[in-house]
Design a protein around this ligand. Structure first.
Ligand code: ADP
Ligand code: MG
Length: 227
């Protein structure tokens, strides 16, 4: 038991260090990006190289940001929030990216109107990460369905289903582990962040998938009241 405690403490310290480093990396990164853009605008040569540099800088930035989300103290701004509001806000945020990829995001809500005690930004981050994965899983476009099931009074079930490439069985177990990605420009941190946040909200999250058919992410969260 003591060993477990020491391990938890070590993990915590590692997390804090990672967050600190991530934070420090952001400023130099911003100036690198700015000057790269500047140099690109000053010449007609080597644009493809500048573009690679900019893409890679964006990738570092994404990793750094996800790292910071990971190491942030979890669920410490808890308030009662209207879950439907949160979902609608996330949909608005992702509308452009969805449109660009020929993806329709549809929402199906039953009669209930659940309120959830949560850190609003963290919960939004969860849905953003999951919807981004859904969009990225459908290179030819398609539909993402968000369903809210409020039939149980004390919890809400949120299911997000895409019609994408799916996940091979042997990879399902690796999801949510750090840096597991199958994307050329992925970070492999998105789902890990989701798990951490949902856990901190006393919820559960699991993923089912069928190859070439699609993927469903199911989240259950405690509900404080329904209207
Ligand atoms: P990233 O998106 O940066 O790769 P994530 O943690 O968000 O990192 O996802 C990890 C991996 O899980 C992805 O690279 C992909 O292989 C798989 N994955 C997650 N969501 C989906 C999905 N909706 N459809 C297919 N594969 C998915
Ligand atoms: Mg992702």
């Amino acid at each position: 038991e003591e060993e477990a405690l020491i391990k938890a403490e070590k993990l915590f310290i590692a997390g804090q260090m990672a967050a600190g480093i991530a934070h420090e990396i952001r400023n130099p990164l911003t100036s690198l990006k700015g000057f790269t853009q500047f140099l690109k605008s000053k010449t007609d040569n080597y644009h493809e190289y500048y573009d690679i540099m900019l893409t890679e800088l964006d990738r570092i930035n994404a990793i750094v940001q996800e790292f910071m989300a990971l190491a942030k103290p979890q669920a410490n701004h808890l308030k009662n929030h209207d879950l439907i509001n949160i979902m609608q806000h996330v949909n608005t945020l992702l509308e452009t990216q969805a449109n660009l990829n020929n993806v329709q995001i549809r929402t199906q809500i039953d009669d209930g109107h659940p309120f959830v005690r949560c850190d609003e930004n963290q919960l939004k981050q969860v849905f953003i990460n999951i919807l981004k994965n859904a969009i990225e899983a459908m290179p030819e476009g398609g539909e993402v369905m968000i369903e809210l099931d409020t039939r149980q009074s004390d919890l809400v079930m949120i299911q997000i289903t895409d019609q994408g490439i799916g996940i091979p069985k042997e990879q399902l177990g690796k999801l949510g582990g750090p840096f597991f990605t199958t994307k050329s420009s992925g970070t492999g941190l998105g789902l890990m962040v989701c798990h951490r946040i949902i856990q901190a909200h006393q919820g559960t999250m699991f993923i089912t998938s069928e190859l070439n058919k699609g993927t469903t992410v199911t989240i259950q969260l405690p509900v404080i009241q329904q209207y």
